[in-house]
Design a protein around this ligand. Structure first.
Ligand code: IPM
Ligand code: MG
Length: 360
């Protein structure tokens, strides 16, 4: 039976990087006779401009019907001034995550050896880096109620959000992380702020409880401030990191930079059944949009994750990852990963080079 992939280019550099990822996906679709039906829809600012809302019903329906979703990026300054928070591009992305319950966000930070010198950290600190951040994606302070901006006595305005996790939410992301650790180096570090926040006292308790079911995985705990420091001090101490939505958002950007550029990092956001949305960890980079400067590799690597996790085509995923390595060996670099002696290429040239490597 044919499977259905929904492509959501989004805003900023989204359309450019998705164009390159599509070249790769189309080629793999043919080569492996995957019989994928690939459709596109609007999300984010592009959807606001066309329909007035960041997540049109048609897009949500298509997302529900799809076996997997590939997303570029959302957001841009032209939509940031809307006082109605519901009409922000980010709400489109958050809406899909939440409606589809894509709670398990996998953000691998792998340093390609060819890029050891592109990192701002010393090569010996980052070479060989291979960590996986497992971020809870549909709960925590991102979605907690009540939230808003209100006026209190004396006409003083206050902003408020709610940081809440129930034990089931903690347990299900914990399982994703323990399973992932089991398939890797069997070390899991749970990141919390249990010295201050009750939510994360419960988080730690549940992780401990789960740990008893996974005696083969070595579980440790770290406060988030220390984790941020350790990530830049000695990142190779980590194998798998599991944390809540907001801490994961922040730590995954930090981890991304260890690898040279956030332009290299793919992600998967999975539901209970392995259905997923795949997107680069970086944002829409409006400052370079439309200039052919963006690095398409994070999106191309997201296609590889999609093939592996949702489309059960692991062999195709391996080929794409090897092709990315090949173009790096060839010395091709977009601006974000450029270093001396390498050849700087555009977004499209990079995409074409990956396609050529796949065809070689
Ligand atoms: C990410 C992004 C999103 C997030 C934004 C665009 C809503 O930063 O995927 O990390 O905060 O989750
Ligand atoms: Mg982020």
């Amino acid at each position: 039976m044919s499977k259905n992939v929904l492509v959501l280019p989004g805003d900023g550099i989204g359309p450019e990087i998705v164009t390159e990822a599509r070249k790769v996906l189309d080629l793999i679709n043919d080569r492996f006779a995957l019989d994928l039906e690939i459709n596109e829809a609007l999300v984010g600012g592009a959807a606001i401009d066309a329909t007035g809302v960041p997540l049109p019903d048609a897009t949500l329906e298509a997302a529900r019907a799809a076996d997997a979703i590939l997303l570029g990026a959302v957001g841009g300054p032209q939509w940031d001034t809307n006082p109605d928070f519901q009409i922000r591009p980010e709400k489109g992305l958050l809406g899909i995550r939440s409606h589809l319950q894509l709670f398990g966000n996998l953000r691998p930070a792998i340093l390609y050896p060819q890029l050891a010198h592109a990192s701002t950290l010393k090569p010996e600190v980052v070479s060989g880096l291979d960590i996986l951040i497992v971020r809870e994606l549909t709960g925590g302070i991102y979605f907690g109620q009540p939230r808003g901006i209100r006026e209190k006595e004396g006409g003083i305005r206050e902003g408020f959000n709610t940081y809440v996790y129930d034990e089931n939410e903690i347990r299900r992301i914990g399982r994703v992380a323990f399973e992932a650790a089991r398939a890797r180096d069997k070390r899991l570090c749970s990141v919390d702020k249990a010295n201050v926040l009750e939510v994360t006292v419960l988080w730690r308790e549940i992780m401990e409880e789960l740990g008893k079911e996974y005696p083969d995985v070595e579980l440790s705990h770290m406060y988030v401030d220390n984790a941020a420091m350790q990530l830049v001090r000695a990142p190779k101490q980590f194998d798998v990191v599991v944390t809540g939505n907001m801490f994961g958002d922040i730590l995954s950007d930090a981890a991304a930079m260890l690898t040279g550029s956030i332009g290299m990092l793919p992600s998967a956001s999975l539901d209970e059944n392995g259905k997923g949305m795949y997107e680069p960890c970086h944002g829409s980079a409006p400052d370079i949009a439309g200039q052919g400067k963006a690095n398409p590799l994070a999106t191309i690597l997201s296609v590889a994750m999609m093939l592996r996790y949702s489309l059960k085509a692991g062999e195709a995923a391996d080929l794409i990852e090897a092709a990315v390595s090949t173009v790096l060996d060839q010395g091709l670099r977009t601006g974000d990963i450029m270093s001396e002696g390498m050849r700087q290429v555009s977004t499209a040239e990079m995409g074409d080079a990956v396609v050529a490597a796949l065809n070689a």
